[in-house]
Design a protein around this ligand. Structure first.
Ligand code: NAP
Length: 494
């Protein structure tokens, strides 16, 4: 279905409503916010098969994947709602007064409070979990912020249906008008108008580096700069350490053929770069990986733009000096499908050529052959910030290569040992976000309830009487939340 782009006047009206809603919603209790989030989860379930069918039509993702992704999105809403109510994310701190001290120490109490209306841009490859009612939206609602979603044009109908689920939940929970808005726009002007509107106080983005960096720049060039939390692409390097590779080359090849082609390679955690040292074991790994890739059939990608970008970026990578094709899928490929492909290059070729450091979004990975472990270390030190990095290693490999382990730790947000980077668990200990350019602020995560903190800021209350303090900071701790009182974590009232 075609949707009209929002006009500047319509965008302004949406932002005025969001601003008004902010001043009401920010004062809603944690319980009320959690109730609203759980109501959205119910409405998403109520959207039934029609929602799945629409998403299948728009994204070409298989039914099982979309059902799983909706379940994950519902889990996110419910678990972030629980976290919202539990209140750990508020980071409540209380230091009671010491009047006898010279000079006297005042009573100071600190907690996080919401930033204001948040504009959310979702990615094409996660129509539910990283889109309209996805992680950013859930985190913003938990923090106490209204949300304005810019619908992704690649799944605008799906987005519209999810938005209706949010509107229904908002009505049932008596949320203020303007708590949520759903904005269409095929061109970048709509996104720019949203990011630069004075009532926008933060942005959540999941997508490409080009898109995220543009929104980040707009956010920073405003008269009042705002935080733009951009989760961008990544090549997720995998380091094959010698002892592990010698004993498990074939198993690692099988495991990685699956990870590289999972979801037609359309994951931000797709392993796009595999690094080993020259020798028989690496040759065996490359051979087995190539054989496995030849057996995996191509499948439709999200939309034609993504297919074209995949062909172009992969073609460009394969044209670079000293880059060789190892294997492609041997099954016939249709115009809308991504062809699983493996390439290889020397360590020197990789070090000398930034093109090989860029994400090729799709079922593609390059195996870099270093001449020795020193060159592997140099490669690790030349890789930019990543969402994930993986070591395939024995304990001895780790203890004998501490400089490499430190170098890799320095570039990633999630450090995996003997596994694959695809698959991002939704839990409190998850870190999804890494040093730039993986994300625009490596101090935060976009997966897990800690993501709520992106949309809140600390405020300290000094010398306020107990009655006037927010419930979160009152002596009697009426919400029963964990607080750090005079440097000790406790729930007990003062
Ligand atoms: P995208 O092309 O960047 O689109 C994402 C959203 O940003 C769309 O709504 C798009 O609007 C908007 N946008 C893009 N460029 C813009 C610009 N210059 N100005 C204003 N708005 C702009 O990304 P995608 O193709 O949907 O998703 C694939 C990418 O997302 C891959 O690189 C993947 O690695 C990354 N990704 C990252 C994560 C993560 O958590 N880090 C998760 C999933 C995907 P229009 O649609 O109007 O162009």
């Amino acid at each position: 279905m075609g949707y009209k782009d929002f006009t500047p006047e319509e965008i302004n009206a949406v932002m005025q409503d969001a601003w008004k809603a902010f001043h009401v919603y920010r004062r809603f209790s944690l319980k009320q916010r959690a109730g609203f989030m759980k109501a959205i989860a119910i409405e998403l379930e109520n959207a039934g098969d029609a929602l799945i069918q629409t998403a299948m039509r728009e994204t070409h993702l298989p039914e099982a994947r979309l059902r799983g992704e909706r379940a994950r999105t519902i889990f996110q809403l419910n678990s972030y709602a629980d976290a919202c109510e539990k209140g750990d994310w508020l980071e409540a701190r209380i230091d009671t007064a010491i009047p006898d001290k010279t000079p006297p120490k005042p009573d100071i109490r600190k907690m996080l409070v919401p930033l204001g209306p948040v504009v959310v841009f979702g990615a094409s490859n996660f129509p539910f979990a990283y889109s309209t009612a996805g992680g950013d939206t859930a985190c913003a609602f938990a923090a106490g912020c209204p949300v304005i979603v810019k619908a992704h044009p690649a799944h605008a109908d799906t987005s519209e249906m999810v938005a209706n689920a949010v509107f229904t939940a908002a009505e049932k929970c008596n949320m203020p008008k303007g708590i949520f808005a759903h904005v269409h726009g095929a061109g970048f002007e709509v996104g720019k108008a949203l990011v630069t509107h004075p009532h926008t106080k933060a942005v959540g983005f999941t997508g490409s580096y080009a898109g995220g960096k543009q929104l980040f720049d707009w956010g920073n060039q405003r008269k009042e700069p705002i935080p733009v939390f951009a989760e961008m692409g990544s090549i997720n390097p995998v380091f094959l350490l010698p002892e592990k590779l010698k004993t498990s080359a074939s198993d690692i090849a099988t495991m990685y053929a699956g990870s590289i082609t999972l979801g037609v390679g359309q994951f931000c955690t797709n392993p796009g770069l595999i690094i080993g040292t020259e020798g028989e074991a690496l040759q065996a790994f490359i051979h087995d990986l190539g054989k496995a890739i030849q057996q995996i059939a191509p499948a439709p990608m999200l939309h034609q733009g993504i297919v074209e970008a995949y062909k172009k970026n992969k073609g460009n990578a394969l044209l670079q000096d000293d880059v060789h094709l190892v294997a492609e899928s041997e099954s016939p490929v249709h115009a809308n499908e991504g062809l699983p492909t493996i390439a290889t290059a020397s360590g020197q070729a990789f070090l000398n050529n930034p093109v090989l450091h860029q994400e090729v979004f799709g079922p593609y990975s390059i195996v870099v052959r270093c001449k020795d472990m020193n060159e592997m270390l140099e490669v690790a030190r030349h890789i930019e910030g990543q969402l994930t990095a993986t070591l395939m290693a024995t304990d001895a490999d780790i203890t004998q290569n501490t400089a490499l382990v430190e170098a890799v730790k320095n570039i990633c947000g999630r450090f995996i040992l003997n596994g694959v980077p695809t698959g991002v668990e939704v839990c409190l200990s998850m870190q999804h976000g890494g040093p730039f350019p993986a994300s625009s602020d490596s101090r935060f995560t976009s997966v897990g309830a800690d993501g709520i903190k992106r949309f809140a800021r600390p405020i300290a209350f000094q010398n306020w009487s107990n009655d006037l303090l927010p419930d979160e900071l009152k002596n009697e701790n009426p919400l029963g939340i964990w607080r750090t009182v005079n440097n000790e974590l406790m729930k007990t009232p003062l």
